[in-house]
Write a protein that binds this ligand. Structure first.
Ligand code: SF4
Length: 288
């Protein structure tokens, strides 16, 4: 069986930067307590490594009284900066610059009097962060029907969650243009996401089975899986190689393997080696 891995599969620049910043903080603050507000990356092995180096994951700043707090690449709500300052915590802000760009557009649209529509999943931490930068009226949604909640004479500014498929953003923009007299848009989907989604789709077209590696909480992994499944129904999402069912590969001559933006490249390599080693062992056993 041949295995194809897209060129840019796995960890993106923004997550890699956040991981590097956290390791640098560990190196520099040997006697400090370090916490991260939420897991730094949706990869259990990387989170475990940080834990072994003393970085505790907290879900609320109330759990931390002193030391350093690392804000992950998704960003945090605006009032979290204030809260950290009030508590005297040292902040290492690893918010991805692409998320910062969205925060800036949310603030700018709002100040210019636009009703801000942030096209994304309102439960996602990035959306909780970005919407907090918009002081005026705003809405987080991926459903064009929700635009009916906005007064029809509004001027509307649209931005996107960095990881959504472009088609969702385009559908929202089209619906907004039909309803409102003035519509401004900034496509804030990050290139890392676009490239990974395009490459995943391209790979899914060439293979008989597709494997998508990523953390269970990773929304960009889920999106990659959705895109691949639409093209190749035999697409399976895993977090770890032990979840692989080898019956998936029966009769498969070409397998595609991709990974979400939180999955380190060595994990992809390990999964591919695991598959190929197991398949060749099976072949040897059958030949004996
Ligand atoms: S997916 Fe894009 S926006 Fe998100 S962390 Fe990576 S580079 Fe930044």
């Amino acid at each position: 069986m041949k295995v194809i891995v897209p060129k840019n599969a796995g960890v993106c620049w923004g997550v890699e930067r956040a991981i590097d910043m956290a390791y640098q903080t560990i190196h520099e603050s040997q006697y400090h307590k370090i916490v991260s507000l939420g897991p730094l990356v949706h990869n259990p092995e990387v989170v475990e490594d940080f834990k072994s180096k003393g970085v505790e994951v907290i879900s609320d700043l109330k759990e931390s009284q002193a030391g350093t707090v690392v804000f992950r690449s998704h960003g945090v709500p605006l009032n979290t900066y204030e809260e950290a300052k009030t508590k005297g915590l040292e902040v290492v802000d690893a918010t991805c610059p692409f998320v910062k760009r969205s925060q800036n557009y949310a603030r700018r649209f709002s100040r210019q009097g636009y009703f801000v529509v942030i096209v994304g999943d309102e439960k996602h931490p990035e959306m909780k962060s970005v919407r907090s930068f918009s002081p005026g009226p705003h809405l987080v949604t991926m459903n064009p029907k929700d635009l009916e909640k906005i007064p029809v004479d509004s001027k509307v500014g649209l931005i996107a969650q960095t990881t959504i498929p472009l088609t969702i953003f385009e559908a929202m923009v089209e619906a907004a243009q039909k309803r409102f007299p003035e519509v401004k848009t900034h496509d804030t989907i990050c290139d890392a996401t676009k490239i990974r989604q395009e490459e995943a789709a391209e790979t899914a077209r060439q293979v008989e089975c597709m494997l998508i590696i990523g953390g269970k909480e990773s929304s960009n992994t889920k999106k990659l899986t959705k895109i691949c499944k639409e093209i190749q129904p035999k697409s399976y999402e895993i977090e770890h190689e032990r979840e692989i069912d080898f019956s998936w590969f029966e009769g498969v001559k070409i397998l595609g393997v991709t990974a979400g933006a939180s999955t380190p490249v060595p994990v992809i390599q390990r999964v591919c080696s695991y598959i190929l080693d197991n398949l060749s062992q099976k072949r040897i056993q059958q030949a004996i």
